[in-house]
Write a protein that binds this ligand. Structure first.
Ligand code: 5GP
Length: 186
């Protein structure tokens, strides 16, 4: 069976980080660690959540073609290290947890990649959760909702959409998808 590169994307707050973590722990996949130029948040560890590198270093790696894809969010760069992914893929399946545009860019350079979008059960639920969290103003919530609609609008470009109604069922469905893809001939 071939090893596969699986991209997991979806709106923030949909639980994709938890899903990716459970999948890698349970099934032994490799989880790619991206590089970023943003500063670490409290509790984040270099090499675990991200490799935190300077802007100069990031741009140097871009020039050297060191990223499978990269993009800018809120004035910081984020990129998927090519050498890590290629090395890991020789031994196991690899999961990338990146945004929708990143996923689509990966597919351009690596058409065999499998793109999976994690979808919230309903947009109203997401809005309620954001309001309940009470960490953002109404305007910011509206902006986030716009971003979420934009990302969900790209679903048709993804290979699979999985509604995250129940965490365990979602993890099982993803495992099934990956196993099916692994046993394909091409
Ligand atoms: P945060 O700063 O909150 O950790 O991440 C901000 C955004 O960057 C999220 O949407 C996350 O999915 C995205 N991101 C993280 N790593 C990568 C990457 O390697 N490539 C791309 N394109 N986006 C990434």
């Amino acid at each position: 069976m071939r090893n596969v590169l699986v991209v997991i994307s979806g709106p923030s707050g949909v639980g994709k980080g938890t899903i990716a973590k459970i999948l890698t722990e349970r099934n032994g996949y490799a989880l790619s660690v991206s590089c970023t130029t943003r500063a670490p948040r409290t509790g984040e560890v270099d090499g675990r959540e991200y490799f935190f590198i300077s802007r100069d270093e990031f741009l140097r790696r871009v020039k050297e073609n060191g990223f499978l894809e990269y993009s800018e969010h809120f004035e910081n760069f984020y990129g998927t290290p090519k050498d890590f992914v290629e090395k890991q893929l020789k031994q196991k399946d690899v999961i990338l947890e990146i945004d929708v545009n990143g996923g689509l860019n990966v597919k351009k350079t690596y058409p065999q990649a499998i793109l999976v979008m994690i979808v919230p059960p309903s947009l109203e639920e997401v809005r309620k959760r954001l309001i309940k969290r009470n960490t953002e103003t109404e305007d910011k919530i509206e902006l986030r909702m716009k971003r979420i609609s934009y990302e969900l609008g790209k679903q048709s470009l993804y290979d699979y959409s999985v509604v995250n109604d129940d965490l365990e069922t979602t993890v099982e469905r993803l495992t099934e998808i990956i196993n099916e893809e692994k046993s394909r001939k091409n």
